[in-house]
Design a protein. Sequence first.
Length: 210
Amino acid sequence: MAAPVLAGTSAKQTIAPAPNPCLTSWFTGASVGYLTESENMMYNLHLGVTNSCWTVAGWNLSLFAEVGFTEDSWRDSGSYTTGISQLTRVYWDNKIDIDIVPITANIKFEHALSGNLNAYIGAGLGVAWIGVSEKGWETPVGGITSSYSNSDSDWVFTAQVFAGLSYNVSQACEIYGGGRWIYLANPNLMGASQDISDDWLLELGARYKF
């Protein structure tokens, strides 16, 4: 008696996990710029993060922390008369150096325009360290020269808004240029409130994504 024999094969199907649609990437960058009001150079370094799912109305969103540095100095000299009869003339020379280090947390929105060209806008809030040092001397005619030096520092509130254009040189590198408005609260230095006010910065920079 013959009976049919049925042989079958079974195959295991492997289902690959769905890729994560939201990809996080980090970036670092630096810029150099010119402050139009104080006529000084300013330098900035930043480190930030973005995610492919962080979008608002077609604009890609990123967050970054930034540290900047700028300095200024000025010098005054002259003479004045003193004494009971106002006959003694005193010559003086005074130099003041000021350093400003803003530290901000920022949000940036970037939107593709054409090809590798993009537009960006953003804003930031933070604090700024302002340090000042003063050195000088006085010399009365026929007298002995006396010198003096003072220094002081303060932390103040700072804010900024910025906008510009960026260009993707490669997938990992981009260059950018634009402007920003920087606000600094007035510090209390040398026992008095100093008028720091605000300034406009024109800058060029580069950013590397990793």
